[in-house]
Structures are given as C-alpha cells and as structure tokens.
Design a protein around this ligand. Sequence first.
Ligand code: NAP
Length: 353
Amino acid sequence: MSKPNVAIVGATGVVGSIMRNLLAEDRDRWGKISLLASPRSAGKELKVGDETIVVQALSAEAFDGVDIAHFDLPDEVSAEWVPVAAAKGVVVIDKSAHFRMDPDVPLVCPESNPQDVSHRPKNIIANANCTTLALIPSLAALNEAFGLKEMRVASYQAASGSGKEGLEALYEQAGKVAGLTGLGTVGHEVREVLGEDFNAPFGAPLVMNVVPKVGGWKDGGWTSEELKVRNESRKILGLPDLAVSSTCVRVPVAIGHSQAVNATFAKDVTVEAAHEVLRNAPGVDVVDDPENMVFPMPIDSVGAKGTQIGRIRQSLDFPRSLDFFVVADNIMKGAAENSHQTAVLVAQELAKK
Ligand SMILES: NC(=O)c1ccc[n+]([C@@H]2O[C@H](COP(=O)([O-])OP(=O)(O)OC[C@H]3O[C@@H](n4cnc5c(N)ncnc54)[C@H](OP(=O)(O)O)[C@@H]3O)[C@@H](O)[C@H]2O)c1
C-alpha cells in the first residue's frame, strides 16, 4: 500500500489538537489527512503543520478512502460511530472507554504489547485510559525483570483529563478566586465565591481543592477510573490476576497526571536494579535525584513524550516491593502519542500488503 490516509475524528478537542501536531511532525509517513468533528465545527479551518484543512461533520461518507482513523470522541459518540468506520474497512484506534474491555478488541500500549496490534478481528484497536498509560511503560519493564504481583496506586489527575470542558473550568475557577487572600481562601469562602455553577464538571470546586472522585460511581464505592486502572493494566500487561488497588483523585493541575505507586514483585528487587531496568525501558525517563529536587512533576511533563518516573524507594515494610512516583502528560502519552505509536505499527503492517 502507498502512504495510508488518516482521519482524526474529534479533531477540535483537547486530544484531537495534539493528534494534529503529532501527524504534522511525522507528515511524510501519511497520505491525505481528514479532520472530523461535530456539525458545530463543520467548515472550521484547522492547521496540521503548514496545511490548512477544513473540518467535516462526522458521517459515514467522510470515511471513504480513509485507512486509519484516530477516534477522539466522547464514549457514547464513539460507541455509535466506531463500528460504522470499522465496517468500511478503516482501522480504528479508539480512545474512548467503550471498546477497551471487549475481548475481540486489543488494548495496546506499544511499550508493552505491540504484537496485539495485528490481532484485531473487529478492525478496532483501543487506546487505554490516560492514568493507566502513564503507568504501563514502567510496569511492563519492571514486570519483565522482576514479575509484578501487586500494586497500590493513588492518582493526582489534571483537569484536562476531562477535555476542553475540564480545562476551561479550572481556568475559570482560578480567575474567580484570584482576589481571595489569607484566611479568606479557606473552606466555605471558596465555595461562596465560586457558587453552585462551578461544581461542573468535577462535582465539586477544583481550585484550592482536591476531589477524590474521577469518573462515575460503580459498585462497592469504586469509581469508573479506579476500575479502569485495575482492569486495563491487567489486560495490557497480560496479567489477569494482578492485584490492584487504586484511588483516583482530581487535583487543580491543568495538564499532567501523577501517581504514587507501591508495587510488589515475585523476585527480589533493589532500587539500583530497578534503575538499571528503567533506564533501558522504552517510553520511560528516569528523573530521580531527589536531594537536588529532581523528580517528576506535572509542570515539567507538559508536551513531553513518554512517561517520567522518580522517587524510587525500597518499601520499608513490604518485602520485594518498591515505592515510586510516575508522571505523564495525559494528552500526550496518555492519549495522542500512544495512538500515534499504534498507528505507526499499523502503517508498517499495511505497507507489507
Ligand atoms: N483528555 C484526556 O486526557 C484524555 C486522555 C485519554 C483519553 N481521552 C479520551 O479521548 C476522547 C476525547 O477526549 P478530549 O479530552 O479530547 O475531549 P474534548 O476536548 O471534549 O473533545 C471532544 C471532541 O469530540 C467531538 N464531538 C463531540 N460530540 C460529537 C458528536 N456528536 N459528533 C462528532 N464529534 C463530536 C468534539 O467536536 P466539537 O468541537 O465539534 O464539539 C471534539 O472534537 C474521549 O473519549 C476521552 O475519554 C482523553
């Protein structure tokens, strides 16, 4: 096949805009690029590098001639439209949660299971959730070396994980509290200044606060995000019995999801051995010189490819265990970069046909 034609579906969104940048960086690899979004955005002109491309409304005809489509849409819209594109022969890489746990849909993080890309009976490949993708490159490397058995995770997730709406809400809330000083910034005064309207989209004020709820409520008091970390990690790593406990928390950060992890292994592990493994792991940047204040932080992760890991410590009370801190740009490795890496694997496969 000549160069594959690519569509970004949801090209006007937070993830879609970074997808456009990644395609522009790698422009020579791809044929025609189409940009799709809702009818609200039809006719808008968007840039992909130097090219100006007119956004089309999502329709079945818009997939004519498309080989690979990056779907960057809300769950319910993906649920309806992914099968339409896949039925037309398009290889779909979908970032919604809708297809991820379907046994006939591979869930791919190229640092862990690139081979799964070519087993796609429904023509659909799922991109994992952004919290999970921040963990996988480190976990995959540590698992191969030491055999991962258990992990306990607490996340500190950015507002942009909720898309355009989340990012705009954080900036708007920050503007509202800018005048508060000293004790005036405490507790109910923040709520008073923000008012009820500012509970959306996080369910509570985010600025000067943290919200221990990401996603919808599920059985047993878990949230959908916490279950995604567990179920998607198991599927990508090929470890169906991996024991996972996760608490997901939204924090007033614009971009960059952080996670504090305690991981237990089948084999003995030391900090030095883990450093050695992680230094050679694809998609992992070891940022670990704590005495000089060098450790991963979301502020430094923005726009960075891959994931960062630091604060690696031997657990004091748990044998064969490490504690560490992982950060990744939730829109980059957590979404667009992973999808782009996956598309490159598909393109290499199509080129052989
Ligand atoms: N943000 C993250 O960190 C992140 C990370 C991993 C995965 N994801 C997933 O990636 C997907 C996109 O997220 P996002 O953060 O980019 O969201 P977003 O900023 O809200 O963008 C949503 C996109 O979907 C389009 N859209 C909405 N309804 C549509 C409809 N009925 N028909 C056609 N297009 C429609 C929007 O087009 P208009 O502009 O025309 O409305 C926009 O381009 C979601 O499934 C999300 O869960 C997000």
